[in-house]
Design a protein around this ligand. Structure first.
Ligand code: HEC
Length: 278
């Protein structure tokens, strides 16, 4: 009875520990680190439960109706693993020597211990070859490199999706696909005020060298995204994605010098591109 109480304490302890990790995982630990903490806790719990069951099985006496000891497959297995000698047979393995009344049994090294010992050596050899000779194992350095690579892939994806695109990072696009997309959204959204050839109507002429708000791709991105509401140029950032603004801005810049008919008079200042393109 006394033993039982002691055993039930251990699973309870781990149960509480699992719950406590759940509560702090919600606040700061990421899902990934929570997952690994949970795995370790589950593994230790499973090990402890197995250990407790093992203790219960080993120490519980199994007697049949006649009071004779029953040999279960499990107790056979345990005997094979421990090679222990019963109290009655201890005399057979008693060594001759005697030190101040202390005598020694010639017990065999338990097979479970030997198995662990040789298993450890085999594991060490495999580990060394995998991590240090072939270099295939996930040592810290390669783990770091894998993470950097994964981050680079993510960055590329974000860049492609336009999530990283701002007026600070925007660049001039020159590929046909982007410019065609830019023309499509220009004809649809902008031509009504700026003319289909960019010659200018309500809005200014894009084909001359004069710009009111600056003629770099960064300036133009800003004007399109934020608009000039007071002057009748609306902000487009809620209707066009960053990529679309970059496309239409790049398209506008291809109109320079195309000299369409019915051009609106130049407005603003003559734009001279500075060396850094701002
Ligand atoms: C309702 C009319 C209207 C529409 C539609 C319109 N714009 Fe404008 N846009 C203007 C006006 C007016 C200005 C001049 C603002 C000023 O004087 O500050 C302007 C200015 C600009 C400028 C700055 C020009 C400069 O000289 O600095 C850019 C770039 C521009 N628009 C791009 C676009 C793009 C791209 C679209 C379509 C997505 C668009 N606009 C749609 C009216 C319009």
């Amino acid at each position: 009875m006394k033993n039982k109480r002691k055993f039930s304490f251990i699973p309870t302890f781990w149960f509480l520990l699992i719950f406590s990790t759940t509560s702090f995982a919600g606040t700061e630990a990421s899902d990934a680190s929570y997952g690994s903490v949970l795995k370790v806790v589950v593994a230790i719990t499973a090990f402890l439960i197995a250990f407790v069951l093992w203790l219960v099985l080993v120490y519980s006496e199994n007697n049949d109706a006649k009071g004779e000891k029953v040999i279960t497959p499990f107790s056979k297995f345990i005997h094979a693993m421990t090679q222990s000698v019963s109290l009655q047979e201890e005399d057979d393995i008693m060594l001759d020597h005697d030190f101040d009344g202390i005598r020694e049994l010639d017990n065999k090294i338990p097979p479970w211990w030997t198995a662990l010992f040789y298993g450890g050596i085999i594991f060490a050899v495999i580990y060394m070859i995998d991590y240090h000779v072939i270099g295939d194992g996930n040592v810290q350095q390669s783990e770091y490199q894998q993470e950097v690579q994964a981050a680079a892939v993510r960055l590329e994806m974000l860049t492609k999706s336009g999530a990283m695109l701002t007026e600070e990072t925007v660049t001039l696009l020159t590929d046909i696909a982007s410019l065609t997309a830019g023309k499509t959204s220009f004809d649809k959204n902008c031509a009504a005020c700026h003319g289909f050839g960019g010659e200018g109507l309500v809005g200014p002429n894009f084909t001359d060298e004069y710009w009111i708000h600056g003629g770099s791709i960064k300036n133009i991105y800003h004007t399109i995204a934020e608009g000039v509401p007071a002057k009748g140029m609306i902000s487009w950032k809620s209707q066009l994605s960053p990529n679309q603004i970059q496309e239409v801005g790049s398209y506008i810049l291809t109109l320079k010098g195309t000299n369409p008919p019915n051009q609106k008079a130049a407005e603003g200042e003559k734009w001279v591109e500075s060396i850094d393109g701002v």
